[in-house]
Design a protein around this ligand. Structure first.
Ligand code: ADP
Ligand code: MG
Length: 987
């Protein structure tokens, strides 16, 4: 029904595109009419547009004209050259109609989905130009430094001709240059450059050091899925060394490694037993053993080999299901208790069993067991013999003990994961004595990034390299929340459709699928499904070989660096010359890609996702009649010499052949890889090879697939190929996608809590930084601080005295209890005290240099903010950890988290104000100023008898170094300035 409706009225997307067609006509007409203008007249349009905008014209009003100007300028540039990344490049592009549509979609704040090679780089020039006319800044976000440079130089040719300035951010660029880049009309850079600049700006102590001067007006994100979805899993973090050290990992490593070895041995024995039992046809007993190995060492190679047998695989699957049922709870527990630890591979989690705890420390197995804090606490509460103080201490003891054990257990769990789940050269590489993460999606080395939660330290301990200190977060923001700050956000990519939901929910972004300029002539062949990886690799190599022999270029996509190396070895054995493109030789990328479309080229690439590199075909690679192929009417279904084109493309292989050695976790990344083939109307074919041993199949799809395989009647050593299989594989992928989306969403929900607080703190901070008159902000803070303390005052004397003590310890007021109008309403008390502080401060200010004092005042507030914000980030980290434990109770951890976070934040603000208050009189712009001020105080002391002021006891010189001790205030007689104080004091 839905399908029929779609047929009749077209999808929403098609209708939207249709609506844009008349606009395209309009742009082309305008472009036509601009042809008669001189270069100068056309260039003057930029100034003209800017003026119109200043006079109130909206961007929508000038959109079509502006697009036509850009297109017209592009035409005029044809035949000129521009230097891009050190090479001269001939400009030969004029915007196609579909590119105009893409440009409109982007200007409207949507994601333009355009296939690889459709020229998205050029598409961006349209909305970039239009939006840059407002002079509020346009940021173009790319996936790598290389692309930022390439695109800014390449498209810069056009922008500059039109009279706009273009900047480009580079890694390690000094702040003054960055600032300069942000001040230009258009700024290119990677997401981390933009994001880290934002964080650094919010750590600056001088407005001059802030670089993002124009704020966040409009961002266009290239390869938007790569950035806003794949990279969005890890937040941007600026960190510094943590104040505490962690030596746990190296201490626990020897014991844990031994434990892992023992478990390995144990699993080998279990496997041998299982094999024996299987041969005796004792399936139940065997299935228990297999289950144990699966729980204890899910990545055990022997186990993987064993389950190549479909019967054994099914036996294990069934057992796993059975063990989840209530009836088998006890058995499964017993089975697991025979192991030293268990691993939940899907959840990436490890936990020690009782046996493991004993093995680790036979004398005190309890060392590795978390105490039951809740019952210990309620036991305490029930104990009536304890005084409140004792109770408090006991509670603290319990909490401390819990924390210490928790940390130790956590370290062991992470070490176990490091040994059993994280594989060298797949998940990470060791380089220059450092553990470097390999990005699971792009295969690139993520130098400098670290796994959180101690995992990185655990892997470092495992690899016996230097264990870096735990670091502390100084500033952090998720990619999601960074990009949500932009007034307008949009993007482009070859693959957004499968993630349209997430883009909409998280970013409010809609996807528009833009038709290709020429009909797509890519044939996606059915997946080839094998039972084992060995068979699969053999088939892949054979297929590469035959394509290579008939001189068809092949791009082999792999998921992991390891796979690309295995394939490379196999190809070497067959004497097939090939290039390998992965994290390890990323420097040669441009060169390798330039050759990848040449006849007979074989290129193995670890995940081409999000690379934004375009593989062009060599001259003799398209064997079919090129002219016919290029004609617009020619579609896949049309016939050549009585044969369908589709058939001909398969029979007469031409264009780029993409062979993938595995399906990726998400369909989108598969599509990205396929998209490397058949760009701009070229022919091409793609095919995925799958085995039941692939991670995706093992973890998410095996039972279904084996079900389908059964239905299709698969025999041993056969390859399977059927659309039904493609479907069920995609179902497995959908499950992974869903799971990953939920994870990102969860991360974001947590970050959202902090985000509101971050913006509040950052707003406060930048207000201070930019303030002409920081003193008023300073006094506001003091007011907040005093007001909180005034509210706390109770009727009794004790509380009043506490208040006075506090006052005198912070401020040199020398005030006594009976001076304060305690009986008045609290606003009046507040006002009274504030006046006194303000006056005292005025005196202090007199001794200071006016300009330096302004800086000092700013510094004082900023320092208090930063110190407590960082402390707050740390508390939030541990809050998140502890909140995880509460998930077992009836409460929703997120709600708990929000409540706790709110309390922490209130605390944070109070701490900031308190610190500002207590440092107000403890800092000075120079020793002399401080000294003079002290002198004046001692003068005050002589004249005000009741004064309890004692500068030293109030800690007035805490900010001065010990060398300055000699400058402590002396009770010398009042000098000129102090006399003025007297006057003031009397008033
Ligand atoms: P995408 O980012 O969409 O994969 P690119 O922007 O890298 O594609 O462009 C791919 C190729 O298409 C480039 O070599 C570019 O020169 C070419 N191209 C783009 N637009 C045009 C055009 N309008 N006319 C001619 N060539 C174009
Ligand atoms: Mg691109």
């Amino acid at each position: 029904m839905k399908w029929i409706l779609k047929k009749i009225i077209g999808s929403k997307n098609e209708r939207d595109i249709k609506k844009m067609r008349p606009l395209v006509e309009k742009i082309n007409e305008l472009d036509e009419s601009y042809k008669s203008l001189s270069d100068e007249e056309l260039q003057n349009k930029t100034i003209d547009f800017k003026n119109r905008i200043k006079n109130g014209a909206s961007l929508a009003e000038i959109e079509l004209e502006a697009f036509a100007v850009v297109k017209n300028a592009a035409r005029r540039l044809c035949g000129t050259t521009v230097e891009v990344c050190g090479h001269d490049l001939l400009w030969e592009m004029i915007h196609f109609d579909v590119q105009l549509i893409g440009g409109m979609a982007i200007h409207n704040g949507m994601i333009a989905e355009m296939a690889t090679g459709e020229g998205k780089t050029l598409v961006a020039t349209l909305p970039v130009y239009l939006n840059a006319l407002t002079e509020k800044g346009v940021h173009v976000v790319t996936t790598s430094d290389y692309h930022s440079q390439r695109d800014s130089e390449w498209m810069g040719h056009l922008y500059k001709w039109l009279g706009l300035s273009v900047g480009c951010l580079k890694n390690m660029m000094p702040p003054n240059e960055r600032r300069e880049m942000y001040l230009r009309d258009i700024t290119y850079g990677t997401n981390s450059e933009f994001g880290f600049d934002y964080l650094r700006d919010n750590m600056a102590y001088d407005v001059e050091d802030m670089v993002q001067q124009k704020g966040h007006n409009f961002a266009i994100v290239d390869e938007i899925d790569s950035i806003l979805i794949d990279e969005a899993r890890t937040p941007l973090i600026i960190s510094g060394p943590a104040p505490y050290s962690s030596t746990q990992y190296s201490e626990l490593q020897p014991a844990t490694s031994k434990l892992v070895k023992r478990q390995r041995k144990l699993c080998e024995t279990l496997l041998n037993d299982a094999k024996k039992l299987l041969s005796q046809e004792d399936y139940e007993e065997a299935s228990f053993k297999l289950y144990q190995v699966f729980e204890g060492m899910p990545k055990n190679k022997q186990l993987m080999n064993l389950v190549e047998d479909i019967e054994i695989r099914k036996l294990l699957e069934k057992t796993k299901l059975k063990m989840l049922a209530d009836t088998h709870k006890e058995i499964s527990r017993e089975l697991r208790q025979e192991l030293f630890f268990t691993i939940d591979e899907k959840g990436h989690d490890a936990s020690l069993t009782e046996k493991g705890c004993t093995e680790l420390n036979p004398h005190d197995p309890e060392m590795y067991v978390l105490p039951d804090m809740l019952s210990a606490m309620s036991e305490l509460d029930a104990n009536e013999s304890l005084s409140p103080d004792e109770l408090m201490n006991k509670r603290k003891e319990i909490q401390d003990d819990f924390a210490v054990r928790n940390e130790r257990i956590h370290a062991v769990d992470q070490l176990i994961r490091a040994y059993t789940i994280f594989e060298k050269d797949v998940d990470y590489v060791v380089q220059d004595n450092q553990v470097v993460i390999v990005d699971e999606h792009t295969g690139r080395l993520m130098t400098g990034r670290r796994w959180g939660d101690g995992l990185h330290q655990a892997v470092e301990a495992k690899e016996n390299v230097k264990i870096e200190k735990e670091t502390q977060t100084l500033a952090t923001v998720t990619i999601q929340n960074y990009f949500r700050m932009y007034e307008k956000l949009s993007g482009m990519t070859g693959t957004a459709e499968t993630e349209a939901d997430e883009f909409h929910q998280i970013y409010g972004l809609d996807v528009m699928v833009i038709p290709t300029n020429r009909p797509v002539r890519r044939v996606d062949l059915n997946d080839q499904v094998y039972k084992t990886q060995r068979e699969k690799f053999r088939a892949v190599v054979n297929e590469i070989k035959s394509a290579h022999l008939r001189k068809q270029p092949v791009l082999v996509g792999t998921v992991a660096v390891e796979t690309s190396e295995v394939l490379s070895k196999l190809l070497k054995r067959e004497n097939i010359i090939h290039n390998v493109l992965n994290a390890k030789n990323h420097a040669r990328e441009a060169e390798i890609v330039a050759n990848a479309g040449q006849p007979g080229a074989v290129t193995i690439a670890t995940n081409m996702a999000g690379r934004g590199t375009d593989i062009k075909l060599g001259n003799s690679v398209v064997y079919l009649d090129q002219e016919k192929l290029n004609s617009k009417e020619f579609s896949l279904a049309s016939k050549v010499e009585g044969k369908s084109l589709q058939k001909m493309l398969i029979d007469n292989p031409c264009g780029l052949y993409v062979i993938a050695s595995e399906r990726h976790e998400s369909r989108r990344i598969d599509r990205q890889l396929r998209g490397r083939s058949a760009r701009q109307g070229d022919p091409g074919i793609t095919r995925f090879y799958v085995s039941l041993e692939d991670n995706l199949m093992r973890l998410f799809g095996s039972d279904r697939i084996s079900g389908v395989m059964e239905k299709l009647g698969i025999k041993e050593d056969e390859v399977l190929e059927h659309p039904m299989l493609n479907n069920s594989i995609e179902k497995a992928q959908r499950r992974v996608e869903q799971q990953n989306f939920m994870m990102r969403k969860r991360t974001l929900e947590y970050d959202d809590v902090m985000n509101a607080q971050r913006s509040e703190i950052y707003d406060f901070r930048s207000e201070v930084l930019k303030a002409e008159n920081p003193r008023s902000l300073l006094m506001d803070s003091i007011r907040n601080c005093v007001s909180a303390h005034v509210i706390d005052i109770q009727k009794d004397n004790q509380s009043k005295n506490d208040f006075v003590t506090w006052l005198n310890s912070c401020f040199p007021l020398g005030i006594s209890s009976n001076e304060i109008p305690f009986d008045s309403p609290s606003e009046d008390i507040e006002e009274f005290i504030l006046k006194k502080i303000e006056n005292a401060y005025l005196i202090k200010a007199k001794y200071e240099d006016e300009n330096s004092l302004k800086n000092l005042e700013k510094h004082l507030i900023l320092q208090s903010i930063d110190r407590h914000w960082q402390e707050y980030l740390r508390s939030m980290d541990s809050l998140r950890e502890s909140i995880g434990l509460q998930a077992y109770g009836q409460r929703d951890p997120l709600v708990e988290y929000k409540r706790e976070a709110y309390n922490l934040f209130m605390d944070l603000m109070q701490k900031i104000y308190d610190e500002i208050a207590s440092s107000l009189f403890r800092s000075a712009t120079s020793i002399e100023a401080m000294e003079e001020f002290f002198k004046s105080l001692s003068g005050m002391r002589k004249t005000t008898q009741q004064s309890s002021i004692n500068p030293t006891s109030a800690g007035l010189n805490v900010n001065l170094s010990s060398a300055d001790q000699s400058n402590q205030p002396q009770s010398s007689g009042p000098n000129r300035k102090a006399r003025r104080n007297k006057k003031f004091k009397k008033r």
